[in-house]
Write a new protein. Structure first.
Length: 119
């Protein structure tokens, strides 16, 4: 049941599509429910998802911690074939080279809400 005497916040979070399922699952485990909006982003041709979360003001920090843990920036190791030094000659052509790259990232907007209703 919603208590409209309490202050509520609207949290809008834009995260990478790859992080959506795990993030929503973790929020749900904490009884924080989301509404998914269709959105698109162009940076690095990665698909984004926007979620809206209406939550009591005192739970905002809980939501932020989950968003950072599940969708925040992090390092990932990937393996790639080396690039040619000159022409078609590769150094170590039978080896893949591990390197770290940054993945994830979430942009969060927090707004005051005058009222929230589920009808």
């Amino acid at each position: 049941m919603l208590d409209n005497d309490k202050p509520y916040k609207l949290i809008m979070a834009i995260l990478q599509k790859d992080d959506y399922d795990d993030t929503v699952e973790e929020l749900g485990k904490n009884e924080i429910f989301v509404t998914k909006l269709c959105s698109s982003g162009g940076f690095l041709k990665k698909e984004n998802v926007t979620i809206m979360i209406g939550v009591e003001k005192e739970r905002v920090d809980d939501v932020m911690k989950i968003l950072e843990k599940m969708a925040g920036k992090r390092k990932e190791t990937i393996y790639a074939m080396p690039t040619p030094v000159s022409g078609d000659h590769y150094i170590g052509s039978n080896l893949s080279v591990p390197f770290e790259r940054e993945v994830g990232g979430v942009t969060v907007f927090t707004l005051d809400m005058e009222q929230i209703k589920k009808m």
